[in-house]
Each structure stands twice: as C-alpha cells, then as structure tokens.
Design a protein around this ligand. Structure first.
Ligand code: DON
Length: 578
C-alpha cells in the first residue's frame, strides 16, 4: 500500500507550500476540507470538481446505477454547479472502460464549427485578427455537443433512465446554491463581459440600490431557465436540445446577433465514437484522447521520451528530472503547432508521434546539461507524411468499470453569452481553432494550418481524459482542466505515480511545471520548487516563471483492491465513494 496518509497529514497541517520529503507539494485550497478531497473505498469512487456533482454520482450508485449512470448525473450537475467551467452549451470527451473490452471507448462530443464557418471568419479585410471575436459573444461559440455525447454514452452503457440521472441537475438549477469562492472569483473576473448580454446579466447579477452588481460569495445562484431546458431534455432526450423550442431559441439568438449557427447545424450534430490513442509505460497500457484532442498524443509522446531515462532514480523535482521532462514537453508543443488538428479533416501523423522510435530521436537531441532554446526545437519530420475553464471527473467501481471525462465551455463562462430563455451559456470553443496560421489562442498555443476553421470541423483540444491498465485491469484514471497545461499536468501526474512511485495524493499535490515551446519559459506552479533545484535549472538556461498553472487533477487509483480517490487540493472538489 502506497503511503497515502503521510501526504494527507502534510496537507492537513500546512496552510502554505510544504516540502514533503525531497519535493514540494501544495496546501489545501482555502475553505476546502482535506477529508473531502481524499477518500478510500471498496465498491466505487467518484472524484469531481464539485460537491453537488459527486453527491449526485453517489446517489445514482445507491439507486442501483453503474459508473456510466453516475457519469451522466455528474455531467449534468457539474454543468449547473460550475457554469464558469462547463455546461450544456459546451462539449467534451469521455473515455469508458469495462472488463471484456479490447480497449476503452472514446466518445468525442467536441463542439463543431458551424456549416457556414470558414478559415477567415475571425479576420478583417486586411487579414488581421479581429480582437476577441473568437472569445466573446455569439461568433465564439461552436455547435454544442455535450448533451448529445452524454446521452449517447449513457444510452449505451447506463442502467438507469435518463429522467433519473438528469433529475439532480434540474433540482440544483431550480433550488439554487450559494456562490462559492471559485465561482465568485470567475464572476468578478468576467463581470464586464457578462454584463453586455441581458440574459447573462439576468442570471449572474443581482439588483442593489447601486444598480446591478455581479453575484458575490454567499449569494444564491438560481438557474431557473436552465432547469426548464434540462426538463425539455429529460422529456425528449437529445431532441429536447437539438430540436424544439430550445433549438429555436439558440438559432433566433444567432440570427439576431449575426452568428452562424443554424437549425441544420443543431440537427446534424454528431457524436463520434473513436479509438483512443494508446502507448505503454513500463508494463502499463496508457489510453488517452485521440484527435481532435492533441492531449493523448502528447501525453504518450512525453512518456515515451522519458521512459528509458529512469527518472525515478533522481526524484520527482530534481533539476535533472525537470530538465528532461520540460524538454519533452517543449518538443510536444512544437509538434502540436505543426501537425495537430481534427484528423477527420487533416492528416495527423498519430502513429509516428506516439512511436518509441520518434521518442528515441527526441531524447537524443536533449543535451544533458542545458535547456534547448525555442529556435533549436523544430517539429519532427515524418517520411511519407503529407501535409492546440473546463472540468474533469473520474469514476471507477470495484468490477473495473471506469469513466474519465473532461468537459468544457473553454474560457470562464465561455463566450459570456447566455441564450435568452434557456439558461445555456454558449461556449467559446471557436478560439481553440487557429484564427490564422501562427496566431496564438487563449492559452498562448501557436496554431497551424491543420487547425484552421473549416465548415463542420472540430477545434483542436488539449483535453486528456486518461485510463491506465495493467493486464487489462484498471490501475489509474485521471484528467484535468486548464487548456494547454492539461496534457503536461496529466503527463507529470502519470510520471509521479508510475515512475517515481509516489502515493496518489502526493502525485497530484506535487508542485508542477510546464513548458510549451512558445513562450520560451518554464512555468512553475504555486510557490515554486526548492531554491537549489531552481538555481540549477537557471544555470542550465531555463527562464523560470512562477505562475498559476490552473490544473485540477481528479484521479482514482486501485491499490491492494482498494479504490483511492483524489480531488486536486488546489481547488474546489470532492472525492467520495464506498
Ligand atoms: O479543449 C481545450 O483544450 C480547451 N478548450 C480547454 C479549456 C480549459 O481547460 C480551460 N480551463 N481551465
């Protein structure tokens, strides 16, 4: 049994960054209770970024449901509980595993560009990007996929009726809940943009003697219109969203504001069942999301690059470990910018990028004693090849069913636009396309030709819901929000657990770092790493910048027949099970 409780004690007794053994971990987020973030169970385990969401998942299990019933309930409740992060106006990916499968099934319910979408839709006549057009308001929204995806996966693998799994979300939207610190922060941050849209203002603002002000911590957030929309879905399934009065409300708003989504886009929205990308790491099989996500490919590429280096000998935050890992990340992002996009539209050299041979070439180019500059790192060349706010939850049960799903509306409150009468916050996923070649998205990721907007194409993602198996039994499953950092946070957590053999809690709570080629800097989370290791890295040429990397890993592992759930101590969340 890994030493899970040692890390737990370190977290309980510290309120600032702590050195745990030879490396640093983070403290609990203010107001969060460590006992809600780390749990051990025997029958099932659920780790999400919301108390109501985890509680709804548990309720489904108590009603005789399975992991997919819990996943559907969690998806709908988290949409209500974290309107800053996800929602039925967004999309996502979900990996599902059950015993007897050859490999997990990957559900792609990513948003799509509207039929009228085209590569120049975010440019002015001179070919310059129009500021914030892909980020705020009607144009920023892709055709939402979340409702279709959750319903399709649930229909196939769930046991309980849709009406049952959606009920907790309807109740929460109707009865409301107190605004918690993370939500209050997001509301304050986006208040000016939300205020531009009357239907957004109606939900997220309150009337005071001084006029309308954004809701604050402790105020109650009611989402009555959203409850109505959820009831339409409860009654009519996917048609409750993609046809009927909800669809009409969406298209009316699109037309009124000059947006491009039409009835046909909604009717044609299709969930894609995909094969996940897969790799191996020291006897484990790693499965993660395939394109249109870049996440899985690069998680596997980074792990392949590091595997033969046996970094476990150095320790998780040793300067040598960080140097090799950061160099592997840097290369992954150079390849992401060059090659990645929706593989239904462009050719992505997936096999080559996740091959051990390519990883060996990358490794051979990493100098032992210094950082590579961004100019030195070039995308790989592949013979025969022609020509990057969210939420994650993980659920596992004792029989070996696993759900790992990342869902999003992209930035805080997506496009900030609520579709009048529906409570739906429209995503701003169109910003994940390259608005033009070389342009950077919200997360600073460089966009390439393969990721330009095309009619019905899906924007490139970094979301990396991941499942790890050994001898066809689940070992671990995880994922996180946070844009381009998603794939490096998932890769590091996998390395901390599988290579460095740290307890799951420590693997999640360890201070993280991130290198994404452009900008040429090593982002180091929270309060930084130990000074002596940072000094060594600076001497090697790393430009270290302490910054919030934003990831909130939700992970579950299986150890000695027990299920261990960890909801990242950095933020709101809850792991619970039985
Ligand atoms: O698909 C992606 O990679 C992004 N739209 C995810 C956005 C995200 O994680 C924001 N979270 N904090």
């Amino acid at each position: 049994m890994r030493r899970i409780f040692v890390g737990l004690i370190a977290l309980i007794f510290t309120s600032c960054s702590t050195s745990f053994g030879p490396y640093r971990t983070v403290p609990m987020a203010p107001g969060e209770d460590v006992k809600e973030h780390v749990k051990t169970g025997k029958k099932y385990m659920i780790a999400t970024q919301g108390r109501y969401a985890t509680t709804a998942g548990k309720k489904m299990m108590e009603l005789g449901g399975n992991a997919m019933d819990a996943a559907a309930a969690v998806s709908f409740v988290i949409s209500v509980e974290r309107p800053q992060s996800t929602g039925i106006g967004g999309g996502g990916f979900l990996l599902y595993w059950q015993p007897g499968m050859d490999e997990p099934m990957a559900y792609d319910f990513r948003e799509k560009a509207p039929l009228l979408g085209h590569p120049k839709m975010f440019l002015d006549k001179k070919g310059n990007e129009i500021a914030r057009k892909s980020l705020d308001g009607i144009f920023a929204g892709g055709v939402p996929g979340l409702v279709a995806g959750v319903i399709e996966a649930h229909e196939k693998y769930g046991k309980l009726p849709l009406a049952t799994v959606i009920e907790p979300a309807i109740e929460l939207a109707d009865k409301g809940f107190p605004v918690y610190p993370e939500l209050a922060k997001a509301l304050k941050y986006k208040a000016d943009t939300l205020a531009k849209f009357p239907a957004s203002k109606k939900i997220f603002f309150k009337k005071t003697r001084k006029g309308y002000v954004v809701l604050e911590e402790g105020d109650t957030l009611f989402q009555k219109d959203l409850a109505k929309t959820l009831r339409a879905i409860q009654k009519n399934g996917r048609d409750g969203f993609y046809k009927g009065w909800v669809a009409k409300a969406i298209v009316d708003e699109e037309r009124k504001r000059g947006g491009l989504i039409r009835m046909n886009d909604l009717r044609r929205y299709n969930v894609k069942k995909r094969r996940p990308v897969s790799g191996t790491y020291k006897g484990h099989e790693i499965f993660s999301m395939s394109p249109p996500s870049s996440g899985g490919i690069h998680v596997i590429q980074i792990l392949n690059t590091l595997e033969p280096l046996n970094l476990g000998h150095y320790g998780i935050q040793d300067a040598r470990t960080i140097h090799y890992t950061a160099s592997a990340m840097q290369q992954a992002f150079a390849d992401r910018a060059r090659y990645l996009g929706d593989a239904d539209f462009v050719k992505v050299p997936i096999k080559e990028l996740i091959s051990k041979e390519y990883a060996a070439k990358i490794r051979a180019r990493i100098p032992k004693d210094r950082a590579l500059t961004k100019e030195e790192v070039m995308p790989g060349k592949f013979e025969g090849y022609e020509s990057p706010e969210t939420t994650h939850f993980t659920i596992m049960d004792a029989e070996g069913h696993v759900v790992s799903s990342t869902q999003t509306i992209n930035g805080y409150f997506g496009s900030s636009l609520v579709i009048p009468g529906t409570g739906i916050v429209l995503n701003n996923e169109m910003d994940d396309f390259a608005t033009k070649v070389g342009a950077k998205n919200l997360f600073g990721a460089v966009g390439g030709k393969n990721n330009l907007v095309e009619s019905e194409k899906r924007p490139l993602s970094s979301m990396s819901p991941t499942i790890v198996l050994k001898n066809k039994r689940p070992v671990m499953a995880l994922g996180t929000p946070s844009g381009t950092r998603i794939l490096t946070c998932v890769a590091q957590t996998l390395m901390n657990y599988l290579e460095h053999k740290e307890p799951l809690l420590n693997s999640v709570a360890a201070v993280r770092y991130h290198q994404q080629w452009y900008p040429d800097e090593l982002g180091v989370g929270e309060f930084g790493l130990k000074k002596e290791e940072e000094d060594k890295l600076r001497k090697m040429g790393y430009k270290i910048r302490h910054k919030n990397l934003g990831c909130r890993i939700q992970a579950i592992s299986v150890e000695d027949g027990k299920l261990i759930g960890v909801s990242d101590p950095r933020g709101q969340g809850m792991a619970d099970g039985e």
